[in-house]
Design a protein around this ligand. Structure first.
Ligand code: PBG
Length: 316
């Protein structure tokens, strides 16, 4: 069946999202010479609102308007960071993932204007981040540092850093590379130092599930390891039923021998409690591995830990 011409790709309008859409256009052009694509930019509520995300209903703040454009038929293809897609609920009815692109670097990066590493930062250094995952892990490993709230897209955070709103930033390595700012990274943090978020570095392509023409055209962009890793990680998050204030981290990894492993952590916000589980799939499929690691964490008390954390940290 002929694919729609052009294929309209809906994207958030931040520089990172537009770079992601460009990657998809480039990969599609390489796969299907002569194909035409067009980017349909939208602004999401998560981009507009720079306050506490949980006040927006949290999850889905970066995906709702993108999903709406797809469902309304204003676009044929959506590009999402897997990290930003809620896992505690199904995808919007009528849409489906058709591909997970080859995974980028999953690690977080430190940005310090004078080039210091995390271990070199002096007491009281202000780290700009609003991520409960990063705050909890820093509280555990570097309690002498001070996290200050910082939101907005990566470009805006770099501007805020330059304006002195913080002394250093923690951001995703892949995100900085996508916006062409890998140069500001002073240290890439190992996954042992800073456990990455579920879905880090993976882009998902989403279509209307009845749009077989587009599905046939784009599904070959999918990477099998990215699919296996995203599936295991998202099932873990689904079973844990975390909310947007839950400090949860974890990553699956496809080993050279083809085996899949999944490590995940649940933290208390102050980092004093750390639950940790690590399993190999063996004969299990990726989703079952995700369930198994989630169950191991639930047995250690993850349910009580997650439920003890307020969904919103501040009152109106
Ligand atoms: N919340 C914004 C967001 N969504 C995905 C990434 C990073 C890129 C990725 O992991 O795909 C970022 C920026 C960041 O955390 O620094």
């Amino acid at each position: 069946m002929a694919s729609p011409d052009p294929i309209r790709i809906v994207s958030r309008s931040s520089p990172m999202a537009l770079a992601q859409a460009e990657r998809v256009r480039t990969e599609l052009a390489a796969l299907h010479p002569g194909i035409t694509t067009e980017v349909v930019p939208v602004t999401t509520s998560g981009d507009r609102w720079l306050g506490d995300l949980s006040k927006l209903g949290g999850k889905g703040a970066f995906t709702k308007e993108v999903d709406a454009a797809l469902l309304a038929g204003d676009a044929d293809l959506a590009v999402h960071c897997v990290k930003d897609i809620p896992a505690d609920r199904p995808l919007p009815a009528g849409t489906a993932f058709v591909a997970f692109l080859k995974r980028d670097d999953i690690r977080d990066a430190l940005v310090h204007p004078d080039g210091l590493t995390l271990d070199e930062l002096p007491p009281g250094t202000r780290i700009g981040t609003s991520s409960v995952r990063r705050v909890a892990q820093l509280a555990a490993s570097h309690p002498h540092l001070k996290c200050v709230p910082m939101r907005g897209n990566a470009n805006r955070r770099l501007e805020k850093l330059a304006a002195g709103d913080a002394d250093a930033l923690l951001l995703a390595t892949s995100g900085l590379q996508r916006i062409g700012r890998g140069d500001v990274i002073t240290e890439i943090l190992s996954v042992e130092t800073m456990c990455p978020p579920i879905g880090a570095g993976i882009l998902a392509l989403q279509c209307r599930e009845d749009d077989t023409a587009t599905i046939d055209t784009v599904s070959a962009l999918g990477d099998r390891n990215a699919w296996r890793e995203a599936t295991a990680e998202r099932m873990l998050l689904h079973v844990l039923q975390g909310h947007c204030n839950s400090p949860i981290a974890g990553y699956a990894r496809s080993e050279r021998n083809g085996d899949l492993s999944l490590r995940a952590c649940v933290f208390s916000p102050d980092g004093k409690t750390v639950l940790n589980a690590h399993e190999w799939a063996g004969p299990l499929d990726p989703a079952t591995l995700g369930t198994s690691v989630a169950v191991a964490l639930l047995r250690q008390g993850a349910r009580e830990l997650i439920d003890s954390i307020a969904r919103s940290t501040t009152r109106h």
